[in-house]
Write a protein that binds this ligand. Structure first.
Ligand code: GLT
Ligand code: MN
Ligand code: MN
Length: 388
């Protein structure tokens, strides 16, 4: 039995809004009392997290006076020093206040768009003050219920203009900050623009400073859309754009559940952890999830510990998979290459094209070969179920 104790090098982080979630939902009010940001930092310290992330208003309420803000920051700073927790990421709440009911950067109202920029610049200042190096943008209300209301092309243009403005602001302030855009297909809006990580990756390339901007994919959001999360993460990684990640779990076709990491689809979580560990992803493993509404704060700690423990168990399973001789033998067989086709790959040339057009293939024989993926998948299951 291995040691599944979280350590700083695992880079496990939680948002203030995750362990601080009071469990309210559209059908019921809060079931847990309010805890201050400093109290939540101590809770995270107790369970062994490495870092804490926040929205501007998780830390400083939107109507706080400057004196109140200073007092909160002082207490929060002390809690960070006492626990050794860091603040790797910060973000802006551009969705709770009624002013954002029709979006922030994509709102039809120029006053809302301008206020959203102002609020974000101030929130960036706050994040940087606490050492954040990644700045997340989740456009939860950047969408519509009725497409009679907004022009989607105009909305994308407005989003681009806002991102360009804020990149320049970060450069102007000499902030060491990268932006990570987080997609979600729907909820709280009927539909949200740039609904998947893939859409975000395409959008980023249209910005003035694409090198500053990457993605923050979230398990639940891609599963809501019914797509393979790990594939999206891999595409982001291959593009050099995996700046952050939101880990949780989700049943497809349901409301945004934000379940404890790995609690719904162990196999998908396994492939994800294996991917992150195999490629050497160095960023935060941020658990953007919350405890069941049935829990008190002891249950919240169980939830937080569970997220990290499952990650570490799956990390161990990934190492076992990589070291398993039978698995590796199958993988070598599947990926065998006798070099006979090498001359046809790589950069195009007219000679190559002509040679390839003349090459005979035994299509039927190649098509008849069994690939042994059933065997490989069952070995994976045996590893995951602990019988191997
Ligand atoms: C909100 C949302 C998350 C985002 C957070 C950052 S807030 O909880 O559901 O997916 O990552 O804005
Ligand atoms: Mn998220
Ligand atoms: Mn979510």
């Amino acid at each position: 039995m291995s040691d599944y104790t979280p350590k700083p090098e695992h880079k496990f982080t939680f948002g203030l809004w995750t362990v601080g979630s009071r469990g309210s939902d559209p059908f019921g009010s809060a079931v847990r009392p309010h805890k201050s940001p400093a109290e939540l930092v101590y809770l995270l310290g107790e369970v062994g997290a490495y870092g804490v992330n926040f929205h501007d208003n998780d830390l400083i309420p939107i109507d706080a006076t400057p004196a109140e803000a200073e007092a909160i920051k002082k207490e929060f700073r002390k809690a960070l020093a006492d626990t050794g927790l860091t603040v790797p990421m910060a973000t802006t709440n551009l969705f709770s206040d009624p002013i954002f009911k029709d979006g922030a950067f994509t709102s039809n109202d120029p006053k809302v768009r301008a206020y959203a920029l102002q609020k974000t610049m101030r929130a960036m200042d706050l994040g940087v003050e606490f050492g954040a190096k990644v700045y997340v943008f989740w456009g939860g209300r950047e969408g519509t219920e009725t497409d009679s209301s907004k022009n989607p092309v105009e909305a994308i243009k407005r989003m681009r203009e806002a991102m360009n403005f804020l990149c320049e602001y970060a450069l102007d302030q000499k902030y060491d900050l990268k932006f990570a855009l987080e997609a979600k297909p729907n909820e709280p809006r009927g539909d949200i623009y740039n609904p998947t990580t893939g859409h975000m990756l395409a959008f980023i390339e249209s910005l003035d400073h694409p090198e500053m901007v990457g993605v923050n994919p979230e398990v639940a959001h891609e599963h809501m859309a019914g797509i393979n999360f790990m594939h999206g993460v891999a595409q982001a990684w291959e593009a050099g754009k995996l700046f952050h990640i939101d880990l949780n779990d989700q049943y497809p076709g349901r409301y945004d559940q934000d379940l404890r990491f790995g609690s719904r689809d162990i196999k998908a979580a396994f492939y994800l952890v294996k991917f992150l560990e195999d490629v050497g992803y160095q960023g935060s493993r941020h658990f953007d999830a919350h405890a069941y509404r049935t829990e008190d704060f002891e249950g919240v700690k169980d939830f937080a510990r569970g997220c990290m423990r499952t990650y570490l168990i799956l990390k161990e399973k990934a190492a076992q998979f990589n070291a398993d001789p039978e698995v590796q033998a199958l993988l070598s067989e599947i990926n065998a290459d006798d070099g006979s086709m090498s001359a046809f790959f790589g950069k195009y040339s007219p000679e190559k094209a002509a040679a390839l057009k003349a090459q005979p293939f035994d299509r039927v024989a190649i098509g008849q070969r069994g690939l042994k993926y059933e065997r490989l998948d069952q070995l994976t299951m045996d590893i995951l179920l602990g019988v191997r």
